[in-house]
Design a protein around this ligand. Sequence first.
Ligand code: PGA
Length: 260
Amino acid sequence: MPKQRTLLVANWKMSPTRLRDATAILRALEPVLRPDSRQAAKQSTNVDILIAPPALFLAPLQSEFGHSFSFGLQDASAEREGAFTGQLSPLMAKDLGATFTILGHSELKRLGETAMLTNQKLKNALAAGLKVILCFGESSRPRELSAKHMAPTWQTELKQLLRGISASVSYKLKATRSLLLTFEPAWAISTNKQGGAPYAYLEDFLAWYRNHYRFPVLYGGSVDSKIIETYRDLHFDGYLIGAASRNPKEFSKIIGLVNG
Ligand code: PGA
């Protein structure tokens, strides 16, 4: 069986603050991927790279680097259009060439986003034709790091997030890889200085997950080149990468490891 491609989702969060710095990251990244081809990032054999820059930078980055990278949003409104001040419609992102959106990130949950709202966003983004990177995972470090202990919590959250997605829609989403789940335990992200979730915990998680769900699954939380090497044998379908994805040297190393 051919090796399944690995997905790297770069979540730049609210950084950098200047467009020229954002441009510099991608300029540095592009030639490192494959010096002989501008199609490098999209065509390199085993890896797909999705970049979620600050939304204000989406249009200029898409116009300069759209031939090399796929761009998307870090969050998208549950609404299509209208009186929703400050929100970003997935239709607008799509119109600018975006291919995906991240949804349900732990930093939004921390600000009060509920699974019900994320569920509405999910349906709206899929209807707009965007691929969705849907995050879930516990916010604080569990007392016991085991699937046995945590399964009811994961199950409840996933049930709420996927509410109203029928079996036939699920089937289509799986076939087209339009919905990718991301296990993102908030306590393991780099701002919490944990250095990623322990290997054995993720192994336990994956055994549980693959028994219950068929959507591809990514891992997010302090991912850097060291973690990628450590987690290699877990065979996640991809990674959601925050801080390390804004560092071209580190991100190139990650791409090399995944592609190798
Ligand atoms: P990090 O972010 O890679 O900086 O830990 C990941 C995330 O926010 O999911």
